[in-house]
Ligand binder design. Structure first.
Ligand code: F6P
Ligand code: MG
Length: 464
């Protein structure tokens, strides 16, 4: 890729925005933009080929297994998937045009319409968006959707999850921390009835923070390389507090504890959790969800996962069930009790898992009511929605280069299905709702503060 970046290759609107100074009040969509030093550019240039190479290697290593399961057909399919992924890697590295999806799947038409829309925004010679001249969110989502296409084009291995192994490895490598958390939860359950208001609030805050820092463990930032939790995070919570840049935990407590006090006996409090990564992070989310039920701060929890393998470590229904089963079959009595309880919650319908194709589209969430009105209506039934992770934050805020002090409510751009909170460690150059000067101060002292996962937020939007 030896071309120089040319502003003329961006859509007119983006040209205007990009050429105006960084300090301009105008917001603009995050573009990849070759030869910039942006995190977006580094993701597409370095991280994407690395993730594709790892996926290809995984297929290679499972060759024997495919042969045992499907005979020669399995080997043929493995070769085909590898060649499609190698082609994809080449397309991205050489900045080829982004081509429409070909294989029929539930969302193929929506993707291709979205791509056409990108094309309409362009006015360069061949009129085709390319890997390095497109909105970052779009290209990154497109890459994962193309990985899925390569696999579904290769029956009989069309249900193979190229990231499954890494997700499982993350879980196994985090065993000690998982055990510590499960023991903590079981101990808490034994005294929960006797806790006063303040003690219950403290426990709630602890588990919220554990869920926040669990989000450090995603495998997309690390290019698919291991990113597990090896230490007991409970002991680090106090030390990590200064890294919470926006802390709206009090609002979450007020909302749920007031509802608990005032709700009728028969009425419900529903908390929805839009999940992010499987492995250690999912354990922290399930522990929080268990606590919400046991403390009666909520009466039912609804989870949302991904329908296809996504951003390496994101949770699918398979990961969700697999992890609960692993915890249930643990050798440690208390850990195993946690797994058994979780399985029961699912059976009793107190935990409900939802799939929806919208979560693996490139659309920002303000488009949900138009693109997926059924999902929007489902979320409207919640009393509180927790959005886990960085990608959800990018989609909540439209992946725009907002000024740091822009209110979160404004960045949501009309997306308000119910009171909501983003629980996210920062791994992309987007942050809103900061105090004046806070962002600038961080930039001066730590130039990479937005992308390392060191900082986190609890950012609430809803009636106070
Ligand atoms: O590949 C980079 C990225 O899009 C970052 O925004 C973030 O590091 C990651 O993918 C996804 O993070 P999360 O799992 O928290 O959504
Ligand atoms: Mg993720």
């Amino acid at each position: 890729m030896k071309r120089n970046f040319n502003l003329n290759e961006l859509p007119q609107k983006q040209k205007d925005d990009q050429s105006s100074s960084i300090n301009a009040t105008k917001l603009y969509t995050m573009y990849v933009i070759p030869f910039s030093r942006s995190f977006a550019y580094l993701t597409i240039k370095d991280r994407i080929p690395q993730i594709l190479t790892k996926a290809i290697d995984t297929l290679h290593r499972h060759k024997n297994e495919m042969f045992e399961k499907h005979g020669e057909k399995g080997i043929e399919a493995e070769k085909k998937a590898i060649s499609l992924l190698s082609k994809l890697r080449n397309e991205s590295q050489t900045d080829k045009p982004i081509v429409p999806l070909v294989e029929k799947f539930a969302d193929t038409d929506i993707w291709n319409q979205y791509l056409e829309h990108q094309q309409d925004l362009l006015n360069d010679s061949d009129g085709k968006p390319r890997w390095f001249y497109s909105p970052w969110l779009f290209v990154e989502c497109y890459m994962y959707r193309r990985i899925h296409e390569a696999v579904i084009q290769s029956p009989p291995i069309d249900d193979f999850d190229v990231f499954k192994e890494s997700k499982e490895q993350n879980f196994f490598e985090s065993q000690e921390s998982i055990m510590a958390l499960c023991i903590h939860l079981r101990e808490l359950m034994q005294i929960i009835e006797h806790l006063d208001e303040n003690q219950l609030k403290n426990e709630f805050f602890k588990l919220l923070q554990i869920s926040l820092w669990g989000n450090k463990c995603d495998l997309s930032l690390s290019g698919g390389e291991s990113s597990s939790q090896k230490t007991n995070v409970i002991n680090s919570l106090e030390d990590l507090k200064p890294f919470i840049l926006v802390n709206d935990m009090e609002h979450l407590w007020s909302l749920l504890s007031n509802r608990k006090k005032t709700r009728e006996k028969a009425s419900i409090t529903r908390v929805d959790i839009v999940l992010d990564n499987s492995g250690f992070e999912l354990v922290t989310d399930l522990i929080l969800a268990d606590f919400l039920l046991s403390s009666k701060l909520a009466t039912e929890i609804h989870f949302y996962g991904k329908m296809i393998p996504w951003f390496v470590s994101d949770t699918t229904i398979h990961d969700f069930n697999w992890l609960i089963e692993q915890v249930k079959y643990s050798d440690h009595k208390w850990v195993s009790e946690c797994g058994a309880n979780w399985e029961n919650y699912v059976k009793m319908g107190r935990w409900v898992y939802h799939d929806h194709i919208f979560w693996t589209l490139p659309h920002e969430f303000c488009a949900m009511s138009q693109v997926a009105p059924d999902l929007y209506a489902e979320l409207q039934k919640a009393h509180l929605i927790l959005f886990k992770g960085d990608l959800n934050y990018r989609k909540l805020t439209g992946d725009r280069k907002w000024q740091f002090t822009v209110p979160f409510h404004q960045a949501l751009n009309g997306f308000h299905p119910a009171p909501l909170c983003s629980i996210r460690t920062l791994k992309a150059e987007i942050q809103v709702g900061l105090q004046p000067g806070q962002g600038e101060q961080l930039t001066a002292s730590e130039p990479n503060w937005l992308t390392t996962g060191k900082y986190g937020v609890f950012q609430f939007d809803g009636p106070l």
